[in-house]
Design a protein around this ligand. Structure first.
Ligand code: F3S
Length: 496
């Protein structure tokens, strides 16, 4: 019943985390659909970019009556698909007919009938009836800020019925430091909800790593094995740097696959889908996390869903440079896999075919400078929060920031967080780095980060970061003005 459904079309990807508000209105001024509401429409778009908690955002929109009536995707996109499946929104991939999946095969694997229903639906949309054992899983959608009450309700439901059949289930950062949330200034009501989310995952059998860099604390599958990862920066890092085979799963798909113990084999699990489609030639020397963040950000803007083959990088990036490159590329576009000539494993082992490359584009120093300018929306004199560790800081990064702060004092009115995993924080405490940061007036904050903590609710308005991913999400998702620069430069300008 009802009148005709309005059709909305865009050739641009949609980032469910920060392109629209909670009433379904597009708030990204650079988006073709800026100012339009997607509520109740038939929405045609290529695929989702950015955050893997996008599925939760779709479910939230659906629960509150602001979701599209129908979604037509240009290509397979698990983030949007799983949001639509769990939010009961009609969805199709343009020009495809859902694959028939034999549910009896899944039932014979001992999977609960309710979960089988979800897998049959997902397999149909993803175009596969092959399901493989799921051993290594990283679940995003842990911060109460990102999943909201709707997401908590969903997890309460699944947590009350199921345990994970998968063995190695790790989880993403939460919305607060679970031990020092009061000192961090987190509102108590938020903290209680957050504790409940973590408790649900723990009871289901997750390992409470609570970090977006599980690969820095010993949790990562072996090269050329299949994994199901739903932290977008981990997806890029695992596929590209470690040679692991994973799609950019959604927080909800990994939850369901970990319950089932099986997941669909499609997309980047298949070697033939890992070939690059576009060559990106970098014409300048790059060094440091800011420059590699800028490269990732620009890549994401340029290649839009295609796998890039990067040439012109002459020296091997450091672990930290790979980390930020992967994070920024996933956030600004949807880069789940990149190859770097003579550097990344599939490129060096010549496991990829280069004859599928459709075009070559260049990235110059000027284009990176333009990105840097665009990401800087705030003023240093207005800073009230300085943050490092997106993705979560390595031990080396904590040590570097401690040395930059040694013997100095952060000016009054400015908080400084070095965000990292609990494991790295503990080691940093033993090595004296935490004491040095604290002596300067800063904090090493574990389990959380500047994006998924409720910083806007805590009164922060201008935040500094050296991460392209954080600089992407802070403006619209956290309502921050952003100062984006190197740790050296930011610290130089906020210490007395
Ligand atoms: Fe990790 Fe938060 Fe950045 S989850 S990748 S530190 S936005």
């Amino acid at each position: 019943m009802g009148g005709p459904v309005e059709e909305l079309r865009t050739t641009q990807q949609i980032s469910w985390l920060d392109d629209l508000d909670e009433r379904g209105v597009i708030i990204n001024p650079n988006h073709e659909l800026y100012g339009k509401s997607i509520a109740g429409t038939e929405l045609h778009f290529p695929s989702a970019s950015g955050s893997t908690v996008g599925s939760d955002r779709i479910v939230n929109l659906a629960v509150h009556g602001f979701a599209p009536k129908r979604i037509v995707l240009g290509r397979t996109d698990p983030i949007t698909m799983w949001g639509a499946i769990l939010g009961k929104v009609d969805i199709e991939v343009e020009g495809t007919v859902p694959k028939a999946v034999d549910r009896s095969k899944l039932e014979k694997l001992g999977i609960d009938a309710e979960i089988v229903d979800f897998l049959v639906r997902a397999g149909g949309l993803l175009g596969t009836d092959e399901f493989i054992p799921v051993d290594q899983v990283q679940i995003a959608g842990v911060s109460y800020k990102t999943i909201t009450e709707t997401g908590l309700e969903l997890r309460r439901y699944f947590g009350s019925k199921y345990k994970f059949r998968s063995k190695n289930v790790t989880i993403n950062p939460a919305g607060m430091d679970l031990e020092d949330w009061q000192e961090q200034g987190i509102p108590e009501a938020f903290a209680r909800k957050q504790e409940e989310v973590i408790e649900i995952y723990r009871k289901m059998g997750a390992i409470p790593t609570i970090t977006c860099t599980p690969y820095l604390i010993g949790s990562m599958p072996a090269p050329f094995t299949d994994a199901f990862l739903s932290e977008s920066s981990v997806v890029g890092f695992a596929n590209s740097v470690l040679g692991v085979r994973t799609n950019r799963e959604s927080g909800l798909s990994t939850l369901l696959y970990a319950i089932a113990g099986y997941g669909p084999r499609y997309g980047l699990h298949l070697p033939e889908n890992r070939n690059p489609r576009v060559e990106v030639h970098v014409t300048c020397e790059l060094k440091g996390v800011v420059e590699f963040s800028l490269l990732g950000y620009k890549l994401g803007e340029l290649v839009r869903g295609r796998i890039p083959y990067i040439t012109g990088i002459r020296s091997r990036p450091t672990l930290e440079e790979f980390k930020v490159l992967s994070a920024a590329g996933a956030a600004s576009g949807s880069i789940d896999l990149y190859h770097i000539q003579d550097i990344t494993p599939e490129a060096t082992a010549q496991l990829i075919a280069l004859d599928k490359i459709e075009e070559t584009v260049e990235i110059s120093r000027e284009s990176l400078n333009e990105v840097k300018k665009k990401l800087n929306t705030g003023k240093v004199e207005d800073l009230d929060l300085v943050t490092f560790g997106c993705p979560h800081a390595s031990l080396t990064e904590v040590q570097e920031i401690a040395s930059l702060l040694a013997g100095k004092r952060i000016r009054a009115g400015v908080k400084l967080w070095v965000c990292t995993s609990r494991a790295v924080k503990e080691l940093s405490t033993k090595l004296g780095y935490v004491a040095t940061v604290e002596a300067a007036g800063g904090n090493v904050v574990a389990d959380t980060c500047m994006v998924v903590a409720p910083i806007e609710e805590m009164g922060y308005r201008t935040t500094a970061t050296n991460s392209g991913k954080a600089a992407k999400y802070l403006p619209r998702f956290c309502h921050q003005h952003v100062v984006f620069d190197s740790a050296e430069e930011i610290i130089r300008r906020v210490v007395e």
